[in-house]
Design a protein around this ligand. Structure first.
Ligand SMILES: [Zn+2]
Ligand SMILES: [Zn+2]
Length: 240
């Protein structure tokens, strides 16, 4: 947004303090975190040992083919991927994005790099995990839709942010719940209102952060029930 101004001027006019360590962010392209915290962030690459299904971090290097983590076998998406671990600069960026509707250049670059690592179908729709109408009105925007829009524009794919909807609010205290309780709260929350638009289409489902995977799994279930082909998940960050 402020890329046309020199960084020194931006930091005087709109000082941004790092969401991870509290120091001043010197470059506006870095968004919510300072360059040290970006450097300390664990990003995934082709060598990182991740669960082939849910993308959770398993080990630093892959000397052999890894099996599934054992916790995601019943998840309904085909595979899930993220730019890196939800900590340091990625955690700060996710939290910042819930308040400020702009995508800093560094976040955009992370997303684009991540899409290049994924084995995507030739054609696919980009769909964000929706907020409920109530939550979207309160916030004024859906941060997942902003990330999805960034990916769709870069990849030259169609963005569809209206077909998959969230009917009711998920309670805010879900982080404190165990896996079973979380799964119960997201069950039947999502719905497809225009099935013809996703029928036989592959989907890249986008969200800001993936924790247990219940939310994206429920989205994938309802998308597939309504005729979608593959559902591949991409999030900016992945909880350990
Ligand atoms: Zn920092
Ligand atoms: Zn897994």
């Amino acid at each position: 947004m402020l890329d046309f101004l020199p960084d020194s001027l931006v930091s005087i006019l709109y000082p941004q303090f790092c969401g991870a360590c509290g120091r001043l962010v010197e470059k506006s392209v870095d968004g919510a975190a300072c360059s040290d915290c970006w450097a300390a962030t664990r990003f995934f690459d082709k060598q990182t040992g991740l669960c082939p299904k849910c993308g959770v971090f398993l080990t630093d290097s892959t000397s052999s083919v890894l099996g599934s983590c054992g916790l995601c076998d019943d998840h309904q998406y085909d595979s899930a991927h993220a730019a890196g671990i939800y900590h340091a600069a990625l955690a700060a960026s996710v939290l910042h994005l819930k308040r400020i509707p702009t995508i800093p250049r560094r976040v955009r670059d992370c997303l684009i790099e991540s899409t290049l690592r994924i084995d995507l179908p030739n054609d696919y729709l980009v769909i964000p995990v929706p907020l409920s109408k109530k939550r979207q009105l309160e916030r004024g925007f859906n941060q997942a839709a902003m990330l999805a829009d960034t990916i769709a524009k870069h990849a030259g794919r169609q963005l569809d942010e209206f077909t998959l909807v969230r009917e009711i609010d998920t309670p805010m205290h879900r982080v404190a719940m165990d896996r079973k309780a979380r799964e119960a709260t997201v069950k039947s929350v999502f719905n497809v209102i225009r099935p013809a638009l996703i029928e036989n289409k592959h989907i890249l489902l986008v969200d800001d952060v993936m924790t247990s995977g219940s939310t994206v799994s429920q989205c994938a279930r309802v998308l597939k029930k309504n005729g979608a082909g593959k559902v591949i998940v991409l999030t900016l960050a992945r909880a350990e």
